[in-house]
Design a protein around this ligand. Structure first.
Ligand code: NAD
Ligand code: TYD
Length: 337
């Protein structure tokens, strides 16, 4: 049995990972440590909650006593660190919690993992650490880190710490850097679920700037299959980019969502741009493809259709979210625009 501490497993990608992996592998025992911030939701894990190979602990990765206690109690030998403050716009409104969780929290996990001689520490990171591209080129693992937002700078810090633990202590660390994810259970502050839900509610769709910023979209299950491969077969001290070769300007995605939902383009509202808005992200994933044999299995047309259907069929899930604290954030974020 592999005894794995998965952090942030009640969020979007972590919960999809746990639900997916418990069906794939019966030799994993997963301890999910999650603080249940606004973004953490145990409803995402309904299908896994009674699995005997799974347990949930509510807590903060910055709490070193708790983390130490969990390593001892569950004899943890593996860590997959999904936990993070993850939204760029929130990091612009207030950066402190981003550095606390993403940097200090990762350091607590690394130090505890080192003491307990873990056999693998997988740091889940983002292509945003590379900064912004012009019209040409792709991020490779050799691209210099040049993060531009408080969010991406905190993730870059965590990546470098994790790799430093490999170089200094020989800790078996790998880092994955994935492009923008979409799929079920994504919190409706991120572009795709926000636009789906606003369109369903006949509310304005706030487009930053000219709508021509480009993101490289990947379905969350493809990301998690890559995470699994790097966790099982990735080399220590190495970084693996993950992306599905699917660049799209924001406005094209927004128009596609409106078209699928049969809603009018008059809902589109151009608003003030995000400060420091990165223009383009695009991933070269040839390393993980060539070295580990990964490739994405979902195409965008099918998976975006499925995702939209999921939000249509799971209205209660997102209605409960937007009726609560999220409303406060929404009114601050979009008030002056
Ligand atoms: P999310 O915001 O949906 O979930 C984050 C989870 O972490 C939540 O459940 C939250 O409660 C938990 N958390 C936050 N602070 C914590 C703390 N101090 N202690 C314990 N738990 C805490 O984020 P996501 O989109 O699922 O992203 C997961 C990871 O993947 C993050 O590390 C993010 O940087 C990375 N990533 C995300 C994307 C994307 O498109 N969403 C792309 C590439 C990489
Ligand atoms: P987001 O989902 O926040 O992901 P990230 O900033 O981490 O890439 O945003 C994706 C793109 O959509 C980004 O270019 C910003 C843009 N965007 C809007 O135009 N309007 C919005 O209301 C949001 C949330 C994002």
């Amino acid at each position: 049995m592999k005894r794995i501490l998965v952090t942030g497993g009640a969020g979007f990608i972590g919960s999809n990972y746990i639900n997916h992996i418990l069906k794939e592998r019966d030799d994993y025992f997963i301890v999910n440590l999650d603080k249940l911030t606004y973004a953490g939701n145990l409803e995402n894990l309904k299908e896994s909650e009674n699995n005997p190979n799974y347990c949930f602990v509510k807590g903060d990765i910055t709490n070193s006593e708790l983390v130490e206690y969990l390593f001892k109690k569950y004899e943890i030998k593996y860590v997959i660190n999904f936990a993070a403050e993850s939204h760029v716009d929130r990091s612009i409104l207030g950066s402190e919690i981003f550095y606390r969780t993403n940097v200090i929290g990762t350091n607590v996990l690394l130090e505890t993992a080192r003491r307990h001689e873990v056999q693998k520490f997988l740091q889940i990171s983002t292509d945003e650490v590379y900064g912004s591209l012009g019209d040409e080129g792709l991020f490779t693992e050799l691209t210099n880190l040049s993060p531009n937002s408080p969010y991406s700078s905190s993730k870059a810090g965590a990546d470098m710490m994790a790799l430093a633990f490999y170089h200094t202590y020989g800790m078996p660390v790998s880092v994955t850097r994935c492009s923008n994810n979409y799929g079920p259970f994504q919190f409706p502050e991120k572009l795709i679920p926000l636009m789906i839900i606003n369109a369903l509610n006949n509310k304005n769709l706030p487009v930053y700037g000219d709508g021509m910023n480009v993101r490289d979209w990947i379905y969350v299950i493809d990301h998690n299959k890559a995470v699994d491969l790097v966790f099982e077969k990735g080399k220590s001290g190495e970084v693996y980019n993950i992306g599905a070769n699917n660049e799209m300007p924001n406005i094209d995605i927004i128009k596609l969502i409106l078209q699928i939902l049969g809603k009018p383009e008059t809902l589109i509202h151009y608003v003030k741009d995000r400060p420091g808005h990165d223009r383009r992200y695009a991933i070269d994933a040839s390393k993980i493809e060539n070295e580990l044999g990964w490739k994405p299995s979902f195409n965008f047309e099918t998976a975006i259709d499925y995702t939209i259907k999921w939000y249509l069929e799971n209205q209660k899930w997102w209605e409960r979210i937007i009726s609560g604290d999220y409303q406060k954030y929404y009114s601050i974020q979009y008030s002056a625009k």
